[in-house]
Write a new protein. Structure first.
Length: 130
């Protein structure tokens, strides 16, 4: 059974897409901890990032770097933080979060609920900067 993220890649479930290439895909987290919170995933399904083969992991990191640069251009922030957890969705994903302070990477703190129009506007800004 395909993961929810594979179904997003396949267009079966909608998302606020940021970027895609042959092997990787980036889209906004539906429950962001900060505006611009983005997930970067490999198209190959693997539950655990350190199970990825070296080439896929290296490519994922480089793709995430390009997305992070676009986020920083689009969303004012001190830097883009990186987190990998995978406690909820069994498909490797890197969280990229625009940060002003250390607490912005505290996922237990609560999440934002943004209107679809605002999510789309944020995605569009990051897409344009990519
Ligand atoms: P974790 O597996 O603990 O790293 O967290 C999974 C993340 O995926 C959470 O931040 C969710 O808000 C996010 N998420 C779950 N389903 C979707 C979806 N359909 N679209 C975008 N983000 C999602």
């Amino acid at each position: 059974m395909a993961t929810i993220f594979t179904r997003i890649i396949n267009g079966e479930i909608p998302c606020y897409k940021i970027a895609e290439d042959e092997n990787y895909f980036a889209f906004l987290d539906i429950n962001p901890v900060k505006k611009g919170h983005t997930l970067v995933i490999p198209k190959v399904e693997d539950d655990y990032i350190f199970n990825l083969d070296d080439q896929t992991l290296a490519g994922l990191t480089l793709f995430a770097k390009k997305v992070a640069i676009a986020i920083q251009k689009a969303i004012p922030c001190k830097r883009v933080g990186v987190a990998v957890m995978g406690m909820e969705v069994p498909h490797t994903h890197i969280h990229l979060v625009p940060m002003e302070s250390e607490g912005d990477l505290n996922f237990a703190k609560g999440k934002l609920k943004l209107e679809p129009s605002e999510m789309e506007a944020i995605a569009e800004k990051i897409r344009k900067a990519f």
